[in-house]
Design a protein around this ligand. Structure first.
Ligand code: IMP
Length: 423
């Protein structure tokens, strides 16, 4: 009778979906609680690669029910495309997806504004995925959002959408010089989408809590990472939702007392896509080398990811903010190429040693204190047991455990389900 949560401890792309897949074999409900089609969750099963954006990765387990929680922003176009892509691969999602009636809808105009703002921002851009995420969450907070429940009643939808367009069209025209959105085609598209998903829509908070009370199990699937959290990330270079444990509760509506386990996913090095501070970043050839070794290109946008060494201060921050009970360490096989491996163990600014990851978003003039550990220079993708890892690799894992203060319970040595070592 419990829920568990998987969250990213860095800037996203930590390999969450792979670990969620590994931990979810016996889970009844897999729940997305924030973000939207900005996410790119990659799972490799039997050599086949699946990339999910909105649909929880649990869809690969035929008995799991996938829930899109109230905290998610749902893009009808992206959702429909993803459903069709699954059907093409002989995975029938019908009957296995439940959507919260309180999910906000990403409109085409949200994407348009996101893209326009990014393109016009020059050096001030955030580096968003241009999926309209921040604009949609902005409208949610401004109370001019449209929700899934609104799509199920034609009269209510027309009234609400007319009001929203009155405001958004002024913004499109006057702020951005963009063409206005037309009511009728948008109304038609949204009504049609409402009809398509009508059978999937529920009060998902009630649904999940009732099932938890019956002894069913829930996996909460985080998107992005702690460094991208709207409150605890490197603001303003963040996404527009709470990616962390608090967001999981608010974005799913489950009774927090069911939450028994919080697994933080940490890549054995760090990557970041988009703008924003990254203290342990490797620049130039060193960064290119790590990117190539780890094949670090965005699953949603294809953008090259910035890469750097493991940052203990960032993961300690994630441990605090999320209440991590354990860590799953991913992609450690990528480091097999190095003679020595650096770990950022602390921050200095001038002569002052910082006692924590700064929450004011100001990471200017940070100097990282590094420790250098010996590499193992052997492939480890085939290893099935911790005891069979090269001793330098085992020491690297144990040192990260010591420095972060969180037990490492899973180590991933390759992309497939089978490349996973429990500790
Ligand atoms: P947005 O979420 O599209 O508004 O983008 C805001 C920031 O979050 C940008 O730096 C994006 O690159 C980053 N971001 C959003 N989604 C992901 C993700 O799934 N993985 C990694 N970075 C992401």
């Amino acid at each position: 009778m419990s829920a568990q949560l998987v969250v990213g401890t860095q800037w996203g792309d930590e390999g969450k979906a792979k670990v969620i897949d590994y931990l979810s074999a016996e889970i009844d409900f897999i729940v997305r609680y924030q973000g939207g089609a900005n996410a790119g969750h990659t799972v490799v099963v039997d050599g086949e690669t699946y990339i999910f954006h909105l649909i929880p990765s649990g869809i690969l387990y035929p008995n799991a029910i996938c829930v899109i929680g109230n905290g998610v922003v749902l893009d009808p176009v992206a959702f429909t495309e993803e459903m069709e892509a699954l059907r093409k691969r002989k995975i029938e999602p019908a009957g296995r997806i439940v959507i919260s009636d309180a999910c906000h809808i990403v409109l085409p105009l949200h994407r348009l504004i996101d893209e326009h703002r990014e393109n016009a921002a020059g050096t001030k851009k955030i580096g968003t995925t241009k999926r309209g995420i921040g604009i949609c969450y902005g409208d949610k907070t401004m109370r001019i959002g449209l929700r899934v429940g609104d799509l199920l009643n034609a009269e209510r939808l027309k009234e609400r959408l007319s009001h929203i367009l009155e405001i958004k069209n002024r913004e499109l025209r006057h702020l951005y010089g963009l063409p206005e959105a037309q009511l009728e085609p948008l109304l038609e598209m949204l009504l049609q989408f409402g009809q398509n998903v009508r059978g999937m829509v529920k009060n998902t908070s009630l649904y999940l809590n009732e099932n938890l009370a019956k002894g069913k199990t829930v996996m909460l699937e985080g998107a992005q990472g702690t460094g991208l959290d709207i409150d605890f990330g490197t603001y303003p270079y963040v996404t527009s939702s709470n990616t962390t444990t608090g967001g999981a509760i608010a974005g799913s509506g489950i009774d927090f007392r069911y939450l028994k386990r919080v697994t933080g996913i940490s890549k054995a090095y760090v990557s970041r896509v988009g703008e924003g501070p990254f203290p342990t970043e490797l620049h130039g050839e060193a960064g290119d080398h790590l990117r190539k070794l780890g094949n670090e290109f965005g699953a949603t946008t294809g953008r090259p990811r910035r890469c750097g060494w493991f940052d203990v201060e960032l993961v300690r921050h994630a441990a605090r903010v999320n209440g991590l009970t354990e860590i799953a360490l991913t992609k450690i096989d990528v480091l097999s190429a190095y003679d020595t491996i650096k770990v950022g163990i602390g921050y200095k600014r001038g002569s002052e040693t910082l006692n924590a990851f700064p929450t004011d978003g100001n990471l200017d003039n940070i100097e990282v204190i590094y420790e250098e550990l010996p590499g193992w220079k052997k492939p480890i993708g085939h290893v099935l047991k911790f005891a069979d890892l090269p001793k330098e690799c085992a020491s690297y894992i144990k040192r990260l455990e010591e420095l972060t203060g969180v037990p490492i319970k899973v180590v991933s040595v390759g992309p497939g389900r089978e490349h996973t070592i429990p500790l």
